[in-house]
Structure formats: structure tokens, C-alpha cells
Write a protein that binds this ligand. Structure first.
Ligand SMILES: [Fe+2]
Ligand SMILES: [Fe+2]
Length: 311
């Protein structure tokens, strides 16, 4: 099938915003041949604008830009590794997946120009849209349900992290910032920008070292990945890959940093691109009836996370 993209997608290159409609459509078509499950991309987000369009006038445009400025200045290699160490101890709470979904209901993601619904709506809309098109991939349904649960870091009992270190696009640290990252101009004020250890193409890494070995900017992707892995989920590796890199738009949208990938990452990236369509385009004002779908997701939670989780 063909993906419908009614408006051009704007991507960031240096300080200029360049319309990349043709390339984007070509890339999408190639993917659809192999991977598409039949999902039709809607024309616009809940505000009536095209998705992830940071230049369109929107009530939240200035807030989103300010958000990325703070994020880009403060996300350093050292900062992200400290957070990984701290949250990796899993000493914040003991809680089931569903309890965590309900806790997230209090928050709206400031970095997201497409959504002002409670988070649980987004989780269920994404999971249900995937379930319709990939009915046999139950691991992917659960991956969708839990992919954003790391946002509980915003909650006081989970450390009350600020938005800038919880949400938004993520990117590798310890090597040069790529121009494909949203609002790249703000990296000039990041201490790593002028550090010769971290500001070359490879920085602390070697070519094709594998994304497993890369320190990503700290956020909800990394936290949920740590939690799922440490609690010994039986989700497949690609599910964990999706959770860990779903906000890494520079990679899955712009093909930046592919020189850090190894062969195993290729498979993960294919599925991540499938998942991303649903993560991005299933955001709408159409509500999912939580009580109707809850028993199905509880059964998946039992299958892939038999115990309560340490967070
Ligand atoms: Fe997310
Ligand atoms: Fe999401």
C-alpha cells in the first residue's frame, strides 16, 4: 500500500529548514514494500498541523524550542552516564506495568508538538493501531504499550526529573553532534561541543561498534530499556531496541550515525521504522476504551513480565 503524506515533512539541516518531501516519500515507499502492515498515515495531528513540524505556528512552538535549547545545552556524556548509573540501581519503586501506565496519566509531554492528550491514551492508541495491522506480533503490541513508560521519571516518587532530561529526541553522546538532530544550533553551548575527546565523528567509539555500546542522551527511552532488561523481560531483542531508540530520530528518520551500527542493529532499525509510524501518526483525538482492551494487555504483561517490576 501507499503511505499518504499530504504535506511536506520539514527536516532540519544546520540552521536552515529544508523541505524534504521527495526523499521522505521515497524512503517511505522503500520501507512499505518490505514492512508495511497497512497503516494509513493521517494528514494532520490533533492540532490540525502536519506531524513533527517544529516551524508551523503552533501554540506550543516556542515552548518546544525552549525545551530543546535546555536539552541540548545540558545533555553531556558525563551527565547521561551518571543518570544511567543512578537509575540503573532500580531503587525508585516496585510497580506493575499497568500501574505505571495509570501513573503516567498525569503528564503531557512538552517536547511533543503533536499531542496534548494524557500519555495512557497515546500508549493505547499506538498499541491498538499496531495490533490491528500486525495481529500476530504480540511482543510488538506490548512494546508499544510500554515504550513511553520511562516518562514516570517526571513523577516525584521517581526522581521528579525535568522534562528536558525525560522527553524529546535522543542522540549519541561521546561523539560529534549531527546536524540532523532537531535544533542543532543549541549544541554550541554544550560543554562536549568543544571537548576534543567527544567532538570528532567517532569520539569515544569505533566504527560499527554496535548501538548497544553507545551512550545516548538521557531520557525515557533509556530508562525503560534499563528497567525492562534488568527485570529480565522475555521480550525479543528487537522489542528492547525499539524501546531504547524510538526517540533517536536522527537515525531512524535521517540515517545519521549509521557508522555506529552493527549487523544486529539492522534488524532492530527495520522494526523501529515500522513502529515509529504508529508512534507518530496514531496520535489523535479518538479515544480508546481502556476497560475494553485492558484484559488483553494484562495477559501480555503476564507473558513477558511475570513479576512486578523494580523501577
Ligand atoms: Fe517516547
Ligand atoms: Fe511514544
Amino acid at each position: 500500500m501507499t503511505v499518504i503524506v499530504a504535506e511536506p515533512v520539514i527536516s532540519v539541516h544546520g540552521n536552515d529548514f529544508e523541505i524534504k518531501n521527495n526523499e521522505y516519500e521515497k524512503e517511505k515507499e522503500e520501507l512499505d514494500l518490505k514492512l508495511d502492515g497497512g497503516f494509513v498515515v493521517p494528514d494532520s495531528n490533533a492540532f490540525g498541523h502536519s506531524f513533527r513540524d517544529y516551524e508551523k505556528e503552533s501554540e506550543r512552538k516556542d515552548a518546544v524550542e525552549q525545551f530543546y535549547k535546555t536539552n541540548h545545552i545540558n545533555q553531556t556524556y558525563e551527565f547521561a552516564n551518571k543518570k544511567k548509573e543512578d537509575y540503573g540501581k532500580l531503587q525508585k519503586a516496585v510497580m506493575s506495568i499497568w500501574e505505571c501506565c495509570e501513573l503516567l496519566n498525569e503528564f503531557v509531554d512538552e517536547s511533543d508538538p503533536d499531542l496534548d492528550e494524557p500519555q495512557i491514551e497515546h500508549l493505547l492508541q499506538t498499541a491498538e493501531a499496531i495490533r490491528r495491522d500486525y495481529p500476530n506480533e504480540d511482543w510488538l503490541h506490548l512494546t508499544a504499550l510500554i515504550h513511553d513508560l520511562g516518562k514516570v521519571m517526571l513523577h516525584p516518587s521517581f526522581g521528579e526529573e525535568p522534562q528536558w532530561s525525560t522527553v524529546g529526541d535522543t542522540f549519541p553522546l561521546g561523539c560529534a553532534f549531527n546536524e540532523a538532530i532537531v535544533h542543532p544550533q543549541y549544541f554550541k553551548e554544550n560543554p562536549d561541543y568543544n571537548n576534543p575527546k567527544y567532538n570528532t565523528k567517532l569520539g569515544v567509539y569505533s566504527e560499527n561498534c554496535g548501538l548497544d555500546n553507545v551512550t545516548m542522551s538521557w531520557g525515557h527511552d533509556e530508562y525503560m530499556y534499563l528497567v525492562a532488561k534488568a527485570n529480565k523481560t522475555t521480550l525479543p531483542h528487537v522489542g528492547l531496541f525499539i524501546i531504547r531508540f524510538h526517540s533517536f530520530y536522527a537515525l531512524h528518520r535521517s540515517n545519521a550515525y549509521t557508522y555506529l551500527m552493527n549487523e544486529e542493529d539492522d534488524e532492530g532499525l527495520k522494526w523501529l521504522r515500522v513502529f515509529n509510524k504508529y508512534d507518530l501518526y496514531s496520535k489523535s483525538k479518538v479515544r480508546v476504551n481502556q476497560e475494553d482492551v485492558k484484559p488483553y494487555y494484562i495477559s501480555l504483561i503476564k507473558k513477558y513480565f511475570p513479576e512486578k517490576l523494580r523501577w
